[in-house]
Every structure is written in structure tokens, then in C-alpha cells.
Design a protein around this ligand. Structure first.
Ligand code: HEC
Length: 135
């Protein structure tokens, strides 16, 4: 009984501090592969249902650039964009190139399937995971 209580307390605690990589694995990985080279992606386009995460991260970083010297500002805007896009994906907001959208269609909304902590965690993960990775 004590053990059960303890483990349910631990479970609750981990829900509050969502782990971005876990969120990615549970809610994004089915469509977005974590890592592949651009060459591989191009030659396997027919097997992909969405752009790989490494590409999504790189594309957003290219597009979300303020003149601000502080990289923190760009990271903050990147996270805001991702948190919004996953529950409100729209053609108008997308930074994918039009060819990609034509191929994949717009991402289905995760509204109701992801909570605020998970959104924050996965958006931070998406920025930081590919910090030193080019696509
Ligand atoms: C059912 C498949 C599917 C799932 C699950 C999914 N995505 Fe996507 N996602 C797509 C597709 C398809 C696109 C490309 C078309 C587009 O930009 O809407 C995309 C594009 C994106 C973009 C790029 C938007 C842009 O402007 O380029 C982001 C960011 C993104 N997904 C984040 C996520 C995150 C984070 C998760 C998990 C919490 C997730 N996606 C789960 C299918 C999915």
C-alpha cells in the first residue's frame, strides 16, 4: 500500500515537470523522425509522412531571427511559435516550403491531446536538441 502511494506520488510529480524528449517520443515521433540527413530525407521522401524534426528545427531557426543580439529572444519566439503551431496548425502560419506542405498536407492539430507543460517542454526540446546540428 505504501509503495503504491509512493509510486503514484512520483508519477504525479513527473507529470508536472514534463520531459520534452518523452513528449516528443509519445506525441510527435510517429510522424516526425528525430534525425536524418537531408540526402537521406530526399531519397526517401515517399516513406516520410512529415518532415524530420531536425529539419523542422533548422527551418524554424532560419525563419525566426530577430535583429536582437540576444539568442534568448529568438529561442523564446521559436518556443512560442511551436506551442501555438501544434494546437493551431495552419497553412498561413507554416514555415515549411510549399512543396513540403503539398506533399504532406497540414499537420493535424494536437488540441486536447497535449497539455501546457508538455507543449512547453517539447518546444524547448525542439530548440535545444538540435543546438549544434545542421540539416
Ligand atoms: C499525425 C502526424 C503528426 C504528428 C503526430 C505531429 N506532426 Fe508536426 N507536422 C506534421 C506534418 C505533416 C507537418 C508538415 C506540414 C505542416 O507544416 O503543417 C508538420 C509540421 C510541423 C512543424 C513545422 C511547422 C512549420 O511551419 O514548418 C512543427 C513545428 C511541428 N510539426 C511540430 C510537431 C510537434 C512538436 C509534434 C508533437 C508534439 C508534432 N509536430 C506531431 C505531422 C505531424
Amino acid at each position: 500500500m505504501k509503495k503504491l502511494l509512493l509510486s503514484s506520488l512520483l508519477l504525479t510529480a513527473s507529470v508536472f515537470a514534463a520531459d520534452g524528449y518523452e513528449v516528443y517520443k509519445n506525441k510527435c515521433q510517429a510522424c516526425h523522425t528525430e534525425m536524418m540527413t537531408a540526402e537521406y530525407a530526399l531519397s526517401h521522401l515517399n516513406e516520410l509522412v512529415a518532415p524530420p524534426m531536425v529539419e523542422v528545427s533548422a527551418r524554424l531557426k532560419e525563419n525566426i531571427k530577430t535583429t536582437d543580439e540576444e539568442e534568448d529572444v529568438d529561442r523564446y519566439l521559436f518556443i512560442l511559435f511551436v506551442k501555438d503551431y501544434i494546437v493551431n496548425p495552419q497553412l498561413d502560419n507554416s514555415m515549411c516550403n510549399s512543396g513540403a506542405i503539398e506533399k504532406f498536407g497540414t499537420m493535424p492539430s494536437l488540441k486536447g491531446k497535449i497539455n501546457d507543460d508538455e507543449k512547453q517542454a517539447v518546444a524547448e526540446w525542439l530548440y535545444d536538441r538540435y543546438e549544434n546540428t545542421k540539416f
